[in-house]
Design a binder for this molecule. Structure first.
Ligand SMILES: [Zn+2]
Length: 50
């Protein structure tokens, strides 16, 4: 599901609402903003690869 101009960060971005086994989340196709709509799942945000 897509929400146009709904990004809270860049204001103009298209928000994609998705749902998978990990839960529901939104992400901005324009600026890369993303947010889990429910934060019950532990997420390793960024895996450091060095
Ligand atoms: Zn955005």
């Amino acid at each position: 599901m897509l929400y146009f101009n709904a990004c809270p960060k860049c204001k103009k971005g298209t928000i994609e609402y998705s749902e998978d086994s990990a839960g529901k989340y939104i992400s901005c196709l324009m600026c890369g903003f993303n947010k889990n709509s429910q934060s019950s799942t532990k997420i390793s945000k960024k895996t450091k690869i060095s």
